[in-house]
Design a protein around this ligand. Structure first.
Ligand SMILES: Nc1ncnc2c1ncn2[C@@H]1O[C@H](COP(=O)(O)OP(=O)(O)OP(=O)(O)O)[C@@H](O)[C@H]1O
Ligand SMILES: [Mg+2]
Length: 176
């Protein structure tokens, strides 16, 4: 919400939602013509997160390549199983070149996590653009950060499509 406040009237539309009413909010968004809804949750694998997962087509789990972040994804992966939803783990703020990436990928795979092929790197553009609520592409079009976001979105869209093609879900995706 802080990010949305900083953006003022610029898109995307952002609204707060009670966890219990997320499913209703998504169907209302679909009726209103939205085709993508992102649900941003607090970093806890709690009942609110379970309700969000149940309402989603695809659960995206951002994870820094650090021991504590990796340890924390187990609970989130369990929650996705409980909700019977496909999850994809996105490595975020990864160094450009370091063996911690391969180590993190191995640890995540061992836990049963499916990795997104796009890795988000630690980039100052992501920090700078947040100051006035901009996106990386608004802050610096064609930057490595902006291009990474485009590739991430494409990868997540194809994960979602693959999931739908497998007939595991027919709920429309929500992003907020
Ligand atoms: N890939 C990255 N490179 C550089 N900085 C990053 C990157 N990803 C996130 N950050 C920075 O880390 C900070 C926290 O980011 P963000 O708000 O997305 O995290 P969060 O885990 O969702 O936090 P919260 O739990 O408060 O919602 C921000 O200042 C953001 O700019
Ligand atoms: Mg957050």
């Amino acid at each position: 919400m802080e990010w949305a406040n900083r953006r003022g009237d610029l898109p995307p539309d952002v609204s707060g939602a009670n966890p219990a009413s997320i499913a209703k909010e998504i169907s209302r968004a679909a009726t209103d013509g939205y085709d993508l809804v992102v649900i941003d949750t607090a970093p806890h694998a709690d009942h609110a997160a379970l309700q969000a997962a149940r309402a989603a087509d695809l659960v995206v789990i951002p994870c820094r390549p650090s021991t504590f972040d990796i340890a924390a994804i187990s609970a989130t992966l369990d929650l996705c199983k409980l909700a019977n939803k496909q999850a994809v783990v996105v490595l975020n703020a990864a160094p450009i070149r370091s063996r911690v990436i391969a180590e993190a990928e191995e640890a995540i795979t061992e836990k049963g996590g499916k990795l997104c092929p796009v890795i988000m790197r630690q980039r100052v553009a992501f920090q700078h653009c947040m100051i006035d609520g901009r996106t990386a592409s608004e802050f610096e079009p064609n930057s490595a950060a902006a291009r990474e976001v485009v590739r991430l979105l494409a990868a997540l869209q194809s994960s979602k499509q693959a999931h739908k093609a497998a007939g595991k879900s027919n709920v429309s995706q929500k992003v907020a």
